[in-house]
Design a protein around this ligand. Structure first.
Ligand code: CO
Length: 163
């Protein structure tokens, strides 16, 4: 299990780098991301959230109760839009209302280095967009209105002071 970096930690604002080789070290990293995500009962986790600047995310697909790992993910198609409350393990107990595509198709590689195409609808679509944002240093607060930021002001400041 690894410590999750919280809002205020400068690493969360950095751009993650493409993965070049899938070696033993990378598999270990992915396994610890899976353990961390399951332990925290999250929907998704990007490597940067445990302080590793590599383009990898893990998502939990509730429909089939399985974890999905995507290395070097890219959004290749989106459809529709929906607004919903969205949280993040780097922003515990804070939620913002965010508009996202209701369907997202992501291309990338799995742990065996095979090219994969995964499709997400609803929560999973939201999760894919959220995790790919992390890889570019974008966070849920970047979508927040001034009102929402004011509403969560105290919690946000506490987080910043703790990290
Ligand atoms: Co997040």
């Amino acid at each position: 299990m690894r410590k999750i970096r919280k809002y205020g930690d400068p690493v969360l604002r950095k751009k993650s780098e493409e993965v070049k080789d899938i070696d033993e070290k990378l598999i270990k990293l992915i396994n610890s991301m899976k353990e961390t995500l399951m332990d925290r009962k999250g929907v998704g986790l990007a490597a940067v959230q445990i302080g590793v600047l590599k383009r990898i995310f893990i998502a939990y697909n509730p429909e089939v109760e399985k974890l999905i790992t995507v290395i070097n993910p890219e959004i290749v198609e989106t459809q529709g839009e929906e607004i919903d409350m969205e949280g993040c393990l780097s922003f515990p107990e804070i939620y913002f209302s965010i508009k996202r595509a209701s369907k997202t198709v992501v291309k990338g590689y799995n742990e065996d280095g095979k090219e994969i195409i995964v499709e997400g609808k609803g929560i999973l679509s939201r999760c894919f967009q959220h995790e790919i944002d992390h890889l570019d240093g974008t966070l849920i607060i970047d979508y927040a209105t001034e009102e929402e930021k004011k509403f969560w002001k105290e919690k946000l400041e506490n987080l910043k002071n703790d990290s």
